[in-house]
Each structure stands twice: as C-alpha cells, then as structure tokens.
Design a binder for this molecule. Sequence first.
Ligand code: OGA
Ligand code: NI
Length: 341
Amino acid sequence: MKPLLTDLVSTVNSIPQNFIRPESDRPNLDEVTFDHSIPLVDLQHLDDGPNRSTVVKAIGDACRNYGFFQVKNHGVSKEVIGKMLHVSKQFFHLPESERLKNYSDDPMKTTRLSTSFNVRTENISSWRDYLRLHCYPLEDYVHEWPTNPPSFREDTSEYCKNTRRLAVRLLEAISESLDLERDYINSALGKHAQHMAINYYPPCPEPGLTYGLPGHADPNAITILLQDEVPGLQVLKDGKWIAVNPIPYTFIVNIGDQIQVVSNDSYKSVLHRAVVNCKEERISVPTFYCPSPDAVMGPAPKLIDPLHHPPLYRNFSYGEYYHSFWKRGLNSETCLDMFKI
Ligand code: OGA
Ligand code: NI
C-alpha cells in the first residue's frame, strides 16, 4: 500500500473503499451556492490615514457576519505569491522516493509530509496529501524543511515573512474592530507561532463520494489561505455551503477558534471544507497564525460582564487546545465545546 495518495491515484480508476463517506455525509455538490461569495476587503488604506477606520469596520463586519473574507492590496507581492505556488507544485511533482524523505504520521512533528488528516486516529480518509511546516521563529525550523526543490527554503521563508507581517496587521485591525487596544490580540498570543500547510488535492475519479477536507473549524487565531486557480473551498453560511472561487493574488482570511474565544463569541470560527474534482489537481497554502503553546487563552476581560456577557470559555493554554484538536480529528463538532464554561 502506498503511504501517499499522490502515488496511489495513478494506480486506481475508482476511489478506494476507505475514502467513501456514508450517504449522510457527502458533499451534495448540486446544493452548493455559487452565485454569491464572501466579502472582499481592500487593505490599501489599512495602515493609518483617515480611512483606517473604514477598513477596520469592513473587517469587523466580515468577521461578525461571515467569519471569512478575501483581501486585496494586502502588501504581499505577486512575485512572492507566484514563487510560493510554483515551488509547492514542484514539490508535489517530485518522485515518490524524494517526497517520502519527509513522510511522518506523527502530528506533533514540526516538519512532515502526510496524507488525509490524522491517519493514526481517523476511520475514513480524505483526498489530500499535505506538507506541514512550523515557520516562526523561522531560524528554529528552516533547517528541517525540504531541500528539494532547490529554492524551497528560500521561496517559502520569504512567503512566511510576508504572511506573518500581514497576520499581525490583520490582528491589530480585528482587535480594534472589537473595541480592544490595537495590540490586544497580538499580546494575548504570547511569543506567537506560525504554521503552514501545503495542501495537494489530486484529481479524484468520484468527487461526490469524498472530501479533500471535511467540514471543520481552524483551531488557531487566524488563517490566511492562498489557493491556485482551481476551485474547491466552500464556507458554511446560514446553513448553506458557499463556493469561494479563486481570485488570483488575493488571500482568503478566516477567524479561527482562538479569536472566537478572545471575542467571547462576537466572532465565530466558521465551518469550511475542501471538495475535489475529477479533472484537475489543486493546491492551497494556508498560513495558520497562532498563539505560542504556553499562551493562556480566554475571553478578553473588556468583553465580559457578569450580567449581560458572562465568559463562555475557561482559560486554557494553547498547547492543551492544539493537542485536543489533533487527537479528536476533523469533524463538524467544534473542539471549543471542551473548553466551554
Ligand atoms: C485547511 C483548509 C482549505 C483549502 O487546510 O485548514 O481549510 O481550500 N484548507 O484547502
Ligand atoms: Ni481549515
């Protein structure tokens, strides 16, 4: 049996049994909404100047009403984005033996290539391979990263520095939109951490029977997702799945569980999923910006009062949260329930 899906795909013409979802848990692709999407926010005037408050309000509205938005004029150059997508594709096109040098099924390893979500605990597999990297502070992790393709470390480092800058700016805006001090959330994240994944979804002979990633909420603070030109991401809005079709050089930003906690549920970490198709491979590159494992997370004191807004979550360390996320697997019941008061 091949450890990675990429290498299994070429040997099959129907999907293997372990990828087939029960009828009650299939994508139902003909019920998906395609005619409207999530908000697109222009970050051109985010950095001070008289229009900052307008941008902050647009971000706050998107967080409250969708938990998801797209951003343009975000400050990350087309060159940096182009190189990241290119090196990602090159990596997944390397020969099997070369890719397998990075393979591990241990979710606590800081650099690893794996498949599905957590093969140690899950019963049904998902149609995805992924390379996962820790990337902040960069100098602690770069030496673990793949050296093939030859420009991998350089292109990915550059991309990480850029998305980190964007994440910090977005967290400032999100703090302000909640009427918190500008650096409130950035301070709450302790020493900060940044992870990324390169998701590779090969073409699938029967896309109606399986997922690239089943519906889930992200455990971190915010996610900045880059996707190639192939659609696949869907977001739950008012009980319906909406397709988020790619706009080149924009990012998709979503609220993760930790912002839901800090905001005491003003902002929600919304369910999303990736579906696959029978024609084309798809690549997505999420940056997961998160607290350091020792950071203690909980609702911001300014957003709670005993009478009208009692705290909904107990305080916990992000390390504890992150472990429970990987252990219980991806499913639509949020991990947050375990931390509710
Ligand atoms: C994720 C995720 C969506 C996508 O990796 O957490 O939601 O489109 N990815 O790949
Ligand atoms: Ni996700």
